[in-house]
Design a protein around this ligand. Structure first.
Ligand code: 0WK
Ligand code: 0WK
Ligand code: BGC
Ligand code: BGC
Length: 910
């Protein structure tokens, strides 16, 4: 005979079970959550879907985890978890665990977390004031006010980063809601706030998410750690993703850490099937309704509140606390998540649960305590399972990224929920094991917090390498600067002081197919001195036959007197004509002279200054045609008619223009670098006439000689310049061209070795020898397949006994340096292309760029990187890049053909 009481208890039991059933996720449901999370991870990585993805997949510009060579003293800030901490972190190399930290915790009062600021003026943003005052107090406390330490800033909110030290706050989460911050660069705002006080100076080198800091902290102990998880006030994960999968960030090599911001999962309603009405109530009552839905089901900020709302509901139905809903139970946030952890602890007797409930003003029975414990269990279990499902999606993605059947990986974890809750971590790990059976996942707790990680990132970053990475924003800025320099060079008043000389070449058009004749071309100034015989004929179609010979230009000749240099040229020419049996002929000569010359006409060119390796005396300020004619005359064994002097960029444009009539830009990326292009005559103040066009030799190598690039030049660029034959000149060229790239890499390796970051600090005489690393070595080391072997070979030759890690790091340095070169040239070329587009007043520019030069030709990745960046910087253009197969000699012959025709026309007229 079932009593009424038993029936009532049974129905009460059923009501409670029904309520909690919504929190009990089946294996199928968890599989679905994993699958949906995976879809969102992919959507976040794809260029097209990234902007609307609910899981934001934010790039962090952290390219690797620590490798134990980090060292130095760093400041770190840790904002966004329960506590705001300011730390000093001392990292010593050698013994792996040699990190010492001093820190101080500061409270961030609610009115600051949710403070308002007047009209956007970063100085009045209360929260930044607060941070600055805490830092100031800490530096005082540490007696370090006058030290300018590099600082790593852990900022535990979603930030759109465009560089390691640039991060626009996407939106506040958790308990933060300070106004006038969202959308602004957090680093800038903090820098401003510090500058305002002018009491101390800091070098904010990096801003990192707490998941990233946590991963780095744990990876310092366990190199297998490639994932960072925070299960605390908030919830989030980061992991090392393949660059090639991050479609909206430039570059395909290596990895970058991605901050998933999985808290936003569900923003596109794809987990509404598992969200309960308690979740919706908590969301509705939160600071950011509709946002961070996954976080609100899984993180410490909200679990207590979910429990409170369930308790209210059960109490309303008379199933708890004798149906009495106290004021305290009605108080939002009163049931903190820490109570869950306490109540669920197995060591806690029911009596103690009652005292916790008492503390909350809830008079409870034993049954009540059991039910409350059940409710807590249901809520925290679901949270751990959901995080487990999310993590299973992440580890499976990494396994597939690496094409592995089985993956072994470590997750670095932090957060009060994970640390304090008695079951959370176990349930999470079990869920990952069930849902990602092919992954063996270890979890290590971050003992030291993400501040250490932030300091390690700062150390890893080795500020100087990063100073060589430019965001598109910076590249566009350089493009605008170069555009201004072009205008200065073209302007009559501004030209004399312009650094980019914009030299008129008196070449008025590209080949039109009518050229013909037998010519000699001299090609001096690149890595080789070539003399060519160029026969242009018109049987059926226009054909060009070329024979050429390369001649030495010994050091003593190019560093000797000018007359010796031109004697040498004349001698080689004589030898060539001998071999060609044309000594008796007076063939028109086109002279490619790859140095900045001021032309007054096609065959009159005054050398402005030597560049690259040339330094022959008595030539600067002289007309090189006269000097050569004089040398030839002195010989008296043959006669020559120098019809034209062209810059190698012009020769290259003409050579490519022969095959593609749309070619109107010529670029050299070789020993030196430079560009020319067809400019409207009306814009060239220094030349008479307004009709038609003339080719301008920009001499962009000198860009920055007036200091306009000081903000992006590094200490290594300055060292290169100091050690060059022409200090203070050709500063742009020295940052990008083949003559200097190898040396740039060598100087960086010396610095890194000196700091113990490479070769275990071994510094050999060879490594200290200038020019020991050549640009061809950089190209070889960056070859994807055999690059590392080459690196080992080259480094071994330098006596530094490189480890595999060293070779990887050196390949990384080479990539950074050559990448910078390609990016910078893309920016200056972008300026020329936008000018051509404006000149033509066309919505879309279609043009061809003729290119030559050993760096462009020999470096395995250079061309691709350049093309890609140009297309990104000048999207409204269709640019064809045409490699000059036959060098600029052919182009010089084309110009000479044109000059001879002009001369003949003129002769006939007189
Ligand atoms: C400690 C880390 C900090 C992170 C926090 C998260 O140092 O960067 O934000 O863990 O845990 P919470 O304090 O939110 O529980
Ligand atoms: C080949 C051209 C020559 C130019 C050279 C530049 O024929 O005029 O000077 O390319 O490249 P580099 O030899 O300096 O790498
Ligand atoms: C933030 C994340 C952070 C996480 C853990 C979330 O609310 O959006 O950036 O990593 O909390 O602190
Ligand atoms: C010279 C240019 C030349 C470039 C490429 C630079 O050093 O100033 O005239 O075009 O090298 O060879």
């Amino acid at each position: 005979m079932v009593t009424a009481v038993a029936q009532r208890l049974a129905s009460q039991r059923k009501e409670i079970d029904d309520t909690l059933a919504a929190f009990a996720l089946s294996p199928t449901q968890l599989q679905e959550v994993k699958a949906k999370m995976r879809v969102e991870l992919e959507r976040g990585l794809k260029k097209d879907s990234h902007p609307t993805a609910s899981v934001k997949m934010l790039p962090t510009y952290v390219y690797r985890t620590p490798d134990g060579t980090e060292r130095g003293k760093y400041l770190a800030l840790d904002l966004g978890g329960t506590n705001f901490r300011v730390l000093v972190v001392k990292i010593r190399t050698g013994m792996r665990n040699s990190v010492r930290m001093y820190n101080k915790i500061y409270a961030i009062p609610l009115e600051i977390m949710q403070g308002t600021g007047e009209e956007y003026n970063m100085f009045t943003i209360i929260i930044l004031y607060k941070l600055r005052n805490c830092i100031s107090d800490f530096l005082d406390y540490m007696g370090m006010k006058n030290t300018r330490l590099p600082l790593g800033f852990t900022f535990s909110f979603p930030c759109n980063q465009t560089g390691i030290d640039k991060g626009d706050l996407v939106c506040w989460t958790k308990g933060f809601k300070a106004t006038e911050c969202e959308g602004y660069d957090v680093v800038d705002m903090l820098r401003e706030a510090i500058k305002r006080r002018n009491e101390f100076d800091l070098d904010i080198v990096a801003i990192v998410n707490d998941t990233v800091g946590t991963m780095m902290t744990c990876a310092y102990e366990d190199p297998k750690c490639q994932i960072g998880l925070i299960a605390g006030t908030g919830s989030n994960v980061c992991y090392m993703e393949e660059m090639k999968n991050i479609e909206f960030v430039e570059g395909d090599e290596g990895q970058m850490c991605v901050n998933t911001e999985w808290g936003g999962f569900g923003a596109n309603d794809n987990i509404e099937d598992i969200r309960t009405r308690y979740d919706r109530e908590v969301d509705g009552g939160s600071l950011n309704p509709g946002k961070q839905r996954f976080e609100k089901m899984t993180s410490g900020m909200y679990l207590g509140e979910i429990v409170r709302r369930i308790l209210i509901d059960l109490t309303k139905h008379g199933l708890l606390f004798r149906g009495r809903i106290t004021e305290r139970l009605k108080t939002k946030g009163i049931f903190e998540t820490k109570f869950l952890s306490q109540i669920e602890s197995d060591r806690l007797a029911l009596l103690q649960v009652r005292s916790i409930l008492q503390h909350l003003g809830l008079d409870s029975t034993c049954d009540d305590s059991i039910i409350v414990k059940e409710v807590c269990g249901a809520v925290s279990r679901r949270a751990a399972q959901l995080c487990g499902a999310g993590m299973a999606a992440v580890v499976d993605k990494i396994r597939e990224n690496r094409g592995l059947d089985n993956l072994e990986i470590t997750v670095g974890v932090d957060g009060t929920l994970y640390k304090l809750h008695p079951h959370f971590s176990t349930i999470l790990k079990d869920t990952v094991r069930e849902l990602a059976p092919n992954c063996k996942v270890d979890f290590i707790l971050s003992e030291d917090g993400s501040g250490k990680g932030a300091a390690l990132i700062t150390a890893v970053i080795d500020k100087y390498l990063y100073a060589m990475r430019f965001s598109d924003e910076t590249l566009r800025d350089i493009m605008a600067r170069f555009r201004r320099e072009m205008e200065n060079g073209l302007g009559r008043d501004t030209n004399p002081t312009a650094t980019v000389k914009m030299l008129p070449t008196f070449v008025r058009s590209i080949p039109d197919g009518s050229e013909k004749g037998d010519f000699i071309a001299l090609d001096l100034g690149g890595s080789n001195f070539r003399i060519l015989r160029v026969k242009v004929s018109h049987e059926k179609k226009q054909t060009v036959q070329m024979e050429s010979q390369i001649y030495e230009t010994p050091e003593d000749i190019i560093h000797g007197s000018g007359s010796r240099l031109f004697d040498h040229v004349a001698e080689c020419l004589g030898d060539f004509m001998e071999k060609q049996k044309i000594k008796d002929k007076k063939l028109p000569i086109g002279f490619t002279f790859s140095f900045p010359c001021a032309h007054t006409k096609l065959d009159e060119a005054v050398l402005l200054t030597w560049t690259k390796r040339f330094k022959a005396s008595g030539v600067e300020g002289m007309d090189v045609v006269k000097l050569l004619n004089k040398a030839i005359k002195k010989r008296g064994d043959y006669d020559a008619d120098i019809m034209a002097v062209v810059n190698d960029t012009v020769g290259t444009m003409m050579t490519c223009g022969f095959d593609d009539q749309r070619c109107e830009v010529g670029i050299i990326i070789g020993t030196g670098t430079n560009a020319c292009y067809m400019e409207e005559l009306r814009h060239i103040d220094l030349v008479e006439g307004d009709e038609g066009r003339m080719c301008i030799n920009t001499e962009w190598g000198a860009f920055g000689d007036d200091g306009t690039l000081e903000d992006i030049r590094t200490e290594f660029d300055r060292e290169i310049d100091r050690g060059s034959p022409n200090p203070g000149k050709q500063l742009f060229e020295k940052m990008v061209s083949g003559m200097y790239m190898g040396e740039l890499v060598r100087l960086i390796l010396v610095k890194m070795a000196k700091e113990g970051l490479l070769f275990e600090g071994r510094i050999t005489p060879e490594l200290l020898t200038k020019g020991k690393i050549e640009t061809k070595h950089v190209s070889a080391i960056e070859k994807s397949k055999e690059g590392l072997t080459k690196a080992e070979e080259i480094l071994t030759r330098l006596g530094v006994e490189p480890s595999e890690d060293d070779c990887i790091a050196v390949q990384h340095v080479c990539a950074i340096v050559s990448f910078r070169s390609a990016n910078l040239i893309a920016a200056t070329l972008g300026a020329i292309l936008t000018r051509l587009k404006d000149n033509k007043n066309t919505p879309r520019l279609r043009t061809t760029v003729g290119i030559d030069g050993s760096l462009y030709k020999m470096h395995p990745q250079y061309a691709r990187r350049l093309h890609k960046t140009v297309r990104r910087l000048v999207p409204e253009s269709d640019v064809r890049f045409l490699l000059s197969e036959s060098g600029s000699g052919k182009g010089a012959a084309m110009v000479t053909a044109w000059a001879s025709r002009l001369q003949n026309a003129f002769m006939h007229r007189v």
